[in-house]
Write a protein that binds this ligand. Structure first.
Ligand SMILES: [Zn+2]
Length: 74
């Protein structure tokens, strides 16, 4: 992908931290390879990366860390 389908900004590949919801839980995935729009910040993942994200949270892998997440309501 060369340009963002939403804003036509340029896309660059980065390793990002990605919040991933699965089965009503929230997971933080680090070192996720994504294509990120430098203009609007939209992230795009390859099918392989999406599959890897589902697999790692479905599997019984011990997470490297737990973080607490503050939740607010507006
Ligand atoms: Zn964009």
């Amino acid at each position: 992908m060369k340009e963002c389908p939403f804003c036509r900004g340029s896309i660059e590949e980065r390793q990002i931290e990605h919040p991933h919801r699965w089965g009503g839980r929230l997971y933080i995935l680090r070192n996720v390879r994504a294509e990120v729009c430098t203009q609007c910040g939209e992230t795009f993942f390859s099918p392989n990366t999406l599959e890897a994200m589902d697999k790692i949270v479905e599997g019984n892998n011990a997470p490297s860390e737990y973080v607490s997440v503050p939740v607010f309501s507006l």
